[in-house]
Design a protein around this ligand. Sequence first.
Ligand code: PMP
Length: 362
Amino acid sequence: MPGHVLRDMSFRPSLAPCRGWAAQVILRHSSWVKDSFIKENMGAARYIWIDDSLRPASEGVVPFVSAAVQFGFSVFEGIRCYSTDKGPAVFRMDEHVERLLDSAHIVGFRELPVTAEQVKTAINQTIAANEFSACYIRPMIYLDGAMMMTVESGQPRFVVAVWEWKNFLGAEAKERGIRANIASFTRLHPNIMMTKAKVSGNYVSSILAKTESHRAGFDEAIMLGPDGYVAECTGENLFVVRKNVRGNVGNKIISTTPRAGILEGITRDSLIMLARDLGYSVVEEPISRDQLYVADEVFVCGTAAEVVGLREIDFRVIGDGKAGPVTRALQHEFDRVVSGRHVRSAQWLAPVPALNAAAVRR
Ligand code: PMP
C-alpha cells in the first residue's frame, strides 16, 4: 500500500537529504538502524573511498538508478583489520582482494575501474583516514546504470566503506556457542547464482534464511544445498568434529566440500591450515543433516563471525552443549594469529601504512 509506506517514511527524517540511502545505512548511526545490537557494534566512519579518492562519509551514497540497487548487481568483500602491537593490520588482504576481483570476473565485468594494487591502497587509506585500530572493511564493485540489463550498458564503480564491528553473532557466542536451525530455503545452485562469487544479490537468500531463524528463536541458519547436503550458513562456512568414527579414535575434522554451493571462505582456509598445524586430520566431504546431529562438535567461521561453536541444531543438543575442545583450540589459535602472536601472523597480517593526506578529497 503506497500510503502506508509514505507514512512510515515520515518517521525517518534522516532520509530526506539523502540522494540514495543504501550506503548511509552502513555509515551512519541513522534511525534506519533499528537493531540496538547493531548500533552498539557498528562504529561510524568519517571517510569513505569512492572511485579514486577518500571523501567525507556523508558522500557515501549509491545512485538509485543502478543495477546495484535495482537488481543486487555488485560484488563485495568482507575483510577485517585487527589491532596488533605493531598497529592496525589487515587479515589476508591479498586473498580477499583476489577474491573480489575473481567475483567481478565471475559475474562478467570486463573492464574494472581498479587494479588489485589500487584496491589495497584504497583499503589502507580508508582505515588510516578513519583512525580505526580495528575495523570491518567492505570494498565493493557495483554496476551503476545498466537499466538495459547488460553489464556493458552500465558503469562499474568502486567503493570502500569501513566500520567498527565487534561481535557479529553476539558477545556470548564464542563462549557459549549458538543455536541454529536448518533453513527452509535451499542454498543457491551454481547454475542459478554462482556461490564462489560474493555477489550482493546472493544475500537475499541469506537474509530470508536468517530472518526466518531469528523469528523462530534461533541465532543462525544452516542452509542445505540443492543436493540435500549441508552447504553453509548465511555468512559462514561450517565444520563438523567427530570422534571414534568407524572405530578410528581421535578427532576428525570434516569441512563441507567446495563442490557444495559454498563460498570458499578465507577463514575456512585459515582454520584448515591451523587445524593441520595442530595435528588434526581435516577432510573435505559432503555432510548430511543427521551427521550434524550426532557430531561431537559443529562450528562455523567467517570474517565477521570469526570462529563460533553451535551448541544446538534443530532443538538437538550438539556434543556437550557448549563450544567443544577442538572449537576452543581453533578459536585460541585464530585469536593468536589475528592479534599478531602466532608464527603465521607475519604471513597473514598486512600492517596498515600511514595516511597519505593527498588522497583525501574535500
Ligand atoms: N559463506 C558465505 C555465504 C559468506 O558470506 C561468508 C563471509 N564472507 C563466508 C562463507 C565466510 O567467508 P570468509 O571466511 O572469507 O569471510
